[in-house]
Design a protein. Structure first.
Length: 225
């Protein structure tokens, strides 16, 4: 979702009477979330033994983040690499208060982030959101909640494509956003859950993003988990 939600949307703007030049991206994309928890009987099933990879993510979570690609720069305006505080993460969602409540009730453990800039205006961010073990894995519900609204017209507007080997992950290209006086804005997103981790990857650019760009990044992150 694009648009200023809690001051955290990513965009590139220009003043109408000036020569088109991009403004820097803000901290992170605006995200949405269902207004209510999933109804009774619709909750995700607990993790199977094959899905539970908690032991792999029991150490320094930051070491599991996909590395920056060669030639990439530290994100000038995105979140700084390392641990990401809960309030900053929740601020990127439409209903910040609801998200904080959801994360706390589902026993979020920690969040790690890496972001970088490439090319003229491309910004990429990878979030690993880890939950504590429970009968109702928060990572599953968090991932399914995000995936549930992506096909809506005001978001990606499509069903996306499966991330090979993820089991439940998908990647999406949003329709280009065009607005008079602004550079075109392209957006891609990938979401998946692995054990007690929910992974959220976003790319923003003023030039077209290919499916291969977001797919390969998601696959590389999945391999590290």
């Amino acid at each position: 979702m694009l648009g200023l939600v809690g001051g955290t949307a990513v965009g590139y703007g220009i003043q109408a009477e000036r020569e088109p030049t991009p403004l820097p991206a803000l901290n992170q994309p605006g995200l949405a979330y269902p207004a209510k928890p999933l109804p009774k009987g619709k909750e995700p099933a607990p993790l199977s033994a094959a899905e539970d990879h908690q032991a792999k993510a029991g150490g320094d979570l930051r070491k599991l983040l996909v590395p920056r690609p060669p030639g990439a720069r530290e994100a000038e305006f995105g979140p700084r690499d390392g641990w990401y505080d809960l309030s900053s993460y929740a601020a990127g969602f439409k209903d910040e208060g609801w998200m904080l409540e959801f994360l706390n009730e589902n026993r979020v453990r920690r969040i790690a982030v890496r972001s970088w800039d490439t090319g003229e205006n491309r910004t990429t961010s990878v979030h690993l959101v880890q939950f504590r073990a429970s009968d109702m894995p928060g990572a599953v519900e968090h991932a399914q909640g995000q995936l549930s609204y992506m096909p809506e017209k005001k978001f990606a507007g499509n069903e996306g494509d499966p991330i090979k080997g993820s089991g439940n992950g998908r990647y999406y290209l949003y329709p280009v956003e065009r607005k008079a006086g602004y550079l075109d804005l392209y957006h891609a997103r990938a979401l998946f859950q692995r054990g007690d981790l929910m992974v959220d990857i976003t790319i923003y650019d003023t030039k077209k993003i290919s499916k291969g760009d977001i797919r390969s990044l998601a696959e590389k992150q999945l391999e590290r988990l």
